[in-house]
Design a binder for this molecule. Structure first.
Ligand SMILES: [Zn+2]
Length: 172
């Protein structure tokens, strides 16, 4: 078997020659495939609600209007849950707040954050290596926290400022 690293998260996966990837979350085919089938292999826990947020945050892609908004919003969800005491069940609410209609055009709300190294973060490859559904769910939570930790060290101040303005404020 040939293993190859994902260009987004750096996780090692058995190489898959052909297949789909996301439109702007840059990843290997094997990593994107792992993401799409992970839910079926987990025991359902609260952190399951953050699966898309952790994956998007670890596959930021290259700067564009879409990737800038995607990374900013998914990081605000991780910040809200891990730093501000929101429950994972509130992820959808956290995710939709920054997209509300306002006088600020959607593409003028955020800017590109240079991504951190994920060298010390878990990846989805570590999660799928768990032996049982409950072990994989436990690893999912560790993965979420480790990806936020990598971002936090570089960008917590900016994410916190965006959170105040675009999640907490009644209008912006
Ligand atoms: Zn990946």
């Amino acid at each position: 078997m040939t293993f190859e690293p994902c260009i987004g998260c750096g996780g090692l996966f058995v190489a898959v020659p052909n297949g789909a990837v996301h439109r702007y979350m840059d990843s290997s085919v094997a990593c994107w495939s792992a993401f799409n089938s992970l839910s079926e292999t987990l025991e359902l826990t609260a952190f399951h609600a953050l699966l898309v947020d952790v994956y998007a945050s670890q596959h930021p892609g290259v700067p564009s209007n879409q990737t800038i908004n995607s990374v900013a919003i998914h990081l605000m969800v991780l910040y809200g849950v891990l730093e501000r005491g929101y429950k994972p069940e509130q992820a959808l609410w956290l995710r939709t707040r920054p997209g509300r209609a306002s006088s600020i055009a959607k593409h003028d709300r955020f800017h590109w954050l240079p991504p951190p190294s994920f060298a010390t973060s878990l990846t989805i490859a570590d999660v799928i290596a768990g032996a049982t559904p409950s072990e994989r769910s436990r690893l999912l939570e560790v993965w979420v926290k480790s990806v936020w930790q990598a971002w936090k060290e570089l960008h917590e101040t900016q994410v916190a400022a965006w959170f105040e303005k675009f999640v907490m404020a009644e209008r912006f």
